[in-house]
Ligand binder design. Structure first.
Ligand SMILES: C[S@@+](CC[C@H](N)C(=O)[O-])C[C@H]1O[C@@H](n2cnc3c(N)ncnc32)[C@H](O)[C@@H]1O
Length: 265
């Protein structure tokens, strides 16, 4: 039994009224407070090590897909001693406005665009996409266009690096409490459609002073082997895959994967 009546979830995201900038626009004001301490510093170490190996003697040109508030980019810049050039794309102007206030160095520029429609020109040494951000794309078609664009923007010896969860098909619909204080409660509600591989949800904030605030999100998830198939058709071949950024081997039980792809041109 679907959580919503069929006619209310016919949008390609599985959530009526949802679009490419909805997530960023809804979360920009709380993103850093809620997610600054995420446990993915190993992904940044992995990319820094990758750049230190592959761009040891030169400054790298790096593109982040779904850069958001610049959380990962700021850590990567701090981890590199080279004068790299960074471009971040995001579909949400609200997210990029928060990034602009972060005070990142002048080697960083941003572009507001939907990564499944366009990417900035360039011949990048590294394109990366962290924290399940690739799953923000709503369909195989949009993922496929995005990966084809990436394949056309990386150097022949450049890489795409992805950090994503391995989806757990057993997860069902969920209602839980994210946080609670004397005058505020944030509930998390989500629904999982296994057939379409969509998970959509809302963080619902009730507070004495501000009333009710909804923060919607929608993911379309892919298993590692589905990703490899779609990437391969887009001109990208898997180079290697790890369970963590510290190089733990990837196994069939790993809950997360960090995967490197190169062009198959
Ligand atoms: C989960 S956040 C990750 C932000 C940042 N990379 C980080 O790890 O903190 C996902 C970001 O992707 C952006 N996004 C979602 N769909 C997008 C699309 N189609 N094109 C570009 N950016 C998109 C959102 O606006 C949001 O900033």
């Amino acid at each position: 039994m679907p959580y919503l009546p069929h006619d209310e979830q016919t949008n390609e995201y599985g959530l009526s009224g949802y679009g490419a900038s909805t997530y960023g626009d809804a979360f920009a004001d709380v993103y850093d407070e809620w997610y600054e301490s995420l446990d993915d510093a190993d992904f940044v170490r992995f990319m820094a090590m990758h750049l230190n190996t592959h761009c040891a003697q030169r400054n790298a040109l790096v593109l982040e897909l779904g850069v958001g508030t610049g959380r990962l980019l700021a850590q990567l810049i701090a981890a590199r001693s080279h004068q790299d050039v960074f471009v971040g794309v995001d579909s949400s102007a609200a997210m990029l406005a928060v990034l602009a206030k972060r005070g990142l160095p002048s080697c960083v520029s941003t572009v507001c665009c939907d990564m499944s429609r366009d990417l900035p020109p360039g011949s990048f040494d590294l394109v990366f996409v962290g924290y399940n951000t690739l799953f923000n794309l709503p369909s195989e078609q949009s993922l496929s266009v995005c990966l084809s664009l990436v394949a056309s923007r990386i150097q022949p010896d450049g890489f795409l690096i992805i950090d994503a969860v391995v989806p757990n098909d057993a997860d069902g619909d969920n209602v839980s409490v994210r946080s609670i204080t004397a005058d505020r409660v944030v509930l998390s509600i989500s629904t999982h459609n296994r057939a379409s591989q969509h998970i959509s949800g809302q963080f619902i904030e009730f507070s004495q002073s501000d009333g009710v605030r909804l923060r919607p999100w929608a993911l379309t998830y892919w298993t590692p082997s589905q990703l490899d198939t779609i990437a391969s058709a887009a001109g990208l071949k898997l180079v290697d895959r790890y369970a963590t950024g510290d190089g733990q081997p990837f196994t069939s039980d790993s809950p997360r994967h960090i995967s490197r792809y190169q062009t198959s041109r």
